[in-house]
Design a protein around this ligand. Structure first.
Ligand code: CP
Length: 329
């Protein structure tokens, strides 16, 4: 794919070579993210960060990534602090903000909204999550983490065995991750969810047509015994019609150290896009796993900065300039 000047709206834009190109650039960003080197490659550039749904990781790591490349960030968070609360359309907002920015990262509660915004934007737009639809930069950082964890264990992504657990109906991270994984070979994917919250059939069919094995289950313990990765997710309560409806499924699949020890192989890596729900009646990923060396959740969040730096460098076509401008910190 051509990165320079492009929107990043869906993982369907990426072929395998594109994914590997992003990861190669992300690897080159590590000395900057780890403060060994600094660069002013994006000096004078502005990121418009528009987050109309709660976010900690995506919003802050997009901002940090842009700052680490030498650029500045202007933020709008929440509809209540935007003229959208006065009835302004996405079209008008996009025309205005794209006049103030060189690139925009956006999160919005409605599926398809970021694409609608991008169609009116005069600068590239990155989808930071649109409703239950997609979260492409999260899928890229998840896959970058999977690749790194597998490399550290002497393996690769081809042939991976992974269990995706939780709310697979509304979870945009797993929608994007499944589609991105499909460009690799011979995957064994176990989808663990209540039947009412299963992965959309179109995504399962896409995986099967790409030659992967897909198994659906509503049993956690039996599903995690033969996998390399367990990827847990939060119940997406904000997508349910009521708290009472969400309560029907809350706490259904809980992974803790005892269940891990009894069921998983010793090297099984534990992932989660975060936030994990720490409330007593949820706890899909227990804090008693915090000292488990295979818990990769904070390696995922650190990798998010590298991957988002790579996306900015590619979209704004400054990969070579980042290194040309490199200075010791
Ligand atoms: N993983 C993720 O999207 O986290 P935030 O909601 O905190 O951005």
């Amino acid at each position: 794919m051509k990165f320079a000047g492009s929107h990043i709206l869906s993982v369907s834009q990426f072929e395998r070579a594109d994914v590997e190109h992003v990861f190669t650039v992300a690897d080159r960003m590590r000395p900057f993210a780890e403060r060994e080197l600094m660069t002013k490659a994006l000096d004078g550039a502005i990121l418009g960060a528009m987050f109309f749904e709660p976010s900690t990781r995506t919003r802050v790591s997009f901002g940090s990534a842009f700052n680490l490349l030498g650029g500045e960030v202007r933020e709008t968070t929440g509809f209540e602090h935007s003229a959208i609360a006065k009835g302004e359309s996405l079209y008008d907002t996009a025309r205005v903000i794209s006049g103030y920015s060189d690139v925009i990262a956006m999160r919005h509660p409605e599926s398809g909204s970021v694409s609608e915004f991008a169609a009116a934007s005069r600068v590239p737009v990155i989808n930071g999550g649109d409703g239950s639809n997609e979260h492409p930069s999260q899928a890229l950082l998840d896959l970058y983490t999977i690749r790194k964890e597998r490399q550290d264990q002497g393996g690769g992504v081809d042939g991976l065995r992974i269990a995706l657990v939780g709310d697979l109906k509304y979870g945009r991270t797993v929608h994007s991750l499944c589609q991105l994984l499909s460009v690799f070979k011979n995957l064994h994917i176990v989808l663990v969810s209540p039947k009412e919250l299963c992965m959309p059939e179109t995504i399962i069919e896409h995986l099967r047509q790409a030659g992967h094995t897909v198994i659906e289950s509503d049993q956690l313990e039996a599903s995690i015994s033969q996998v390399d990765i367990v990827y847990s997710t939060r119940l997406q309560e904000e997508r349910f019609s009521s708290t009472q409806e969400a309560d029907l499924y809350r706490g259904r699949f809980r992974l803790n150290q005892a269940i891990y020890t009894q069921n998983c192989q010793p090297n099984t890596v534990i992932m989660h896009p975060l936030p994990r729900d720490s409330r007593a009646n949820a706890r899909e990923l227990d804090v008693d796993l915090n000292d488990n060396p295979n818990l990769a959740i904070f390696r995922q969040t650190d990798n998010g900065v590298l991957v988002r730096m790579a996306l900015f460098a590619l979209i704004l076509d400054v990969v070579a300039l980042v290194e040309k401008e490199a200075r010791p910190v």
